[in-house]
Design a protein around this ligand. Sequence first.
Ligand SMILES: NC(=O)c1ccc[n+]([C@@H]2O[C@H](COP(=O)([O-])OP(=O)(O)OC[C@H]3O[C@@H](n4cnc5c(N)ncnc54)[C@H](O)[C@@H]3O)[C@@H](O)[C@H]2O)c1
Length: 264
Amino acid sequence: MTDLDLTGRTALVTGGAQGLGEGMAHTLAAAGARVLVADVQDDLGAKVAESLGDGHAFTHLDVTDDTQWEAAVATAVEQLGGLDIVVNNAGVEITSLLVDVEPAAVRRMLEINLLGTTLGLKHAFRTMRPGGAAGRGGTVINVASVAATIAFPGIAVYSATKSGVDRLTRVGAMEAGKLGYGVRVNCICPGLVPTAMGIGLANDVAGIGLFGSAEEAVQGVVDLTPSGRLGEISDMTDAVLFLASDASRFVNGVALSVDGGMGM
Ligand SMILES: NC(=O)c1ccc[n+]([C@@H]2O[C@H](COP(=O)([O-])OP(=O)(O)OC[C@H]3O[C@@H](n4cnc5c(N)ncnc54)[C@H](O)[C@@H]3O)[C@@H](O)[C@H]2O)c1
């Protein structure tokens, strides 16, 4: 197998200040990429970039803001030498039964999960395609969710946004291919990982009465998982590394489930 070396490449990771995004930034940097950590949490994001060492940087990026995306990809090109990998990882989950759904919460999930990923694709394509400011093609990895592949109560809107990320991925791959951008587009569908979001979700589905406690919610997920455990950050970062590297050079337009078999 071709190795997973990313030396000479530049990666931008959204939502890189904590959780899965922080792990992805570390894994991509360890594989040799220069990493631009992008997030709305400036202090945490800057600390992550600093912990990666020299040759990496942080930029403030609200993924819902088109102008901030323009500035972020320009930073990658001007400060870190190009743009070869974009990981659209930033996302939010707000638990609610459909009967209780709040329009503001729906809009927030649509904006960050769907608009944010769409703008990430837009600016990745513009920058990476021939004639773009980086111009050497590349790879985009979107972060969907096992929620796009199952019907788990309490997370209907979140699940819908992640199904949207899955479809954006496939159409994005086709568009990039047909128009000769030289960019592959794939997504991962992580299972539940006990990050701030994952722990919050377990608490929230218990809080709305679907489970007796957060521990029971977690056990419910584990019981639905053939591999018999929750996901770990490294499970997700290894999948992202594969999709970012030439080892996946003929993998395009797929949703890679990294969920221990929960979503079948
Ligand atoms: N943890 C899980 O169980 C799980 C499972 C499946 C999918 N996912 C997905 O993985 C991704 C990362 O999740 P996580 O568990 O690390 O969550 P997290 O809440 O720990 O981290 C999310 C990060 O995204 C950032 N963010 C939020 N809104 C933003 C915006 N508008 N612009 C830029 N950054 C923004 C936050 O500041 C934070 O650093 C999300 O897309 C999530 O939906 C997580």
